[in-house]
Design a binder for this molecule. Structure first.
Ligand code: RP5
Length: 165
């Protein structure tokens, strides 16, 4: 899927990751950040991944979010082919409940950074917020929307203290 003039490119290793990565898409949409999302696997379709990453900057993409599970090499492969910021989201599930995804996303060699988020939906949401924070450094209107999002979140958390039996 794609919105007009996407700034954030979301890649995921399988369609089965989409249920989780919808949180990234929804959060970006809520912040008014244009994005696109594609299935591209470091293992099953490596040429598609490389082609996408090599063309991303020229197409206007400024931040990449890469999600994969198990032997989660997608974010690392992306980071190896671009200087754009790459945020990695480890998928939950599998026999090791996402620990395999987390470690294979986060343990990058010096020189090729991946900003790794939490496993699963929390990481997917936070990838969007971090991508927005990066873009907001050069976009005052987005900065205001991000501050409003955070303020609303704080107000909701404070209102949640209204406990009763
Ligand atoms: C990874 O394998 C994908 O990112 C996904 O998390 C996992 C399972 O993929 P499917 O077998 O469901 O397509 O490459």
């Amino acid at each position: 899927m794609q919105t007009i003039n996407p700034l954030v490119g979301i890649l995921m290793g399988s369609r089965s990751d989409w249920e989780t990565m919808k949180e990234t898409a929804r959060t970006l949409a809520a912040l008014g950040v244009a994005f696109e999302a594609h299935v591209a696997s470091a293992h099953r379709t490596p040429d598609k991944v490389i082609d996408y990453v090599l063309n991303a900057e020229g197409r206007g993409i400024r931040v990449l979010v890469a999600a994969a599970g198990g032997a989660a090499h997608l974010a690392g492969v992306c980071a190896g082919k671009t200087h754009l910021p790459v945020l990695g989201v480890p998928m939950k599930g599998w026999s090791l409940d996402g620990m395999d995804s987390l470690l294979s996303t986060v343990q990058m060699p010096a020189g090729i950074p991946v900003g790794t988020l939490a496993i699963g939906k929390a990481g997917a949401t936070n990838a969007a917020l971090l991508a927005a924070a990066i873009l907001a450094l050069g976009d005052p209107a987005l900065r205001e929307r991000l501050l409003a999002y955070r303020k609303a979140q704080t107000e909701k958390a404070l209102a949640d203290d209204d406990l009763s039996l």
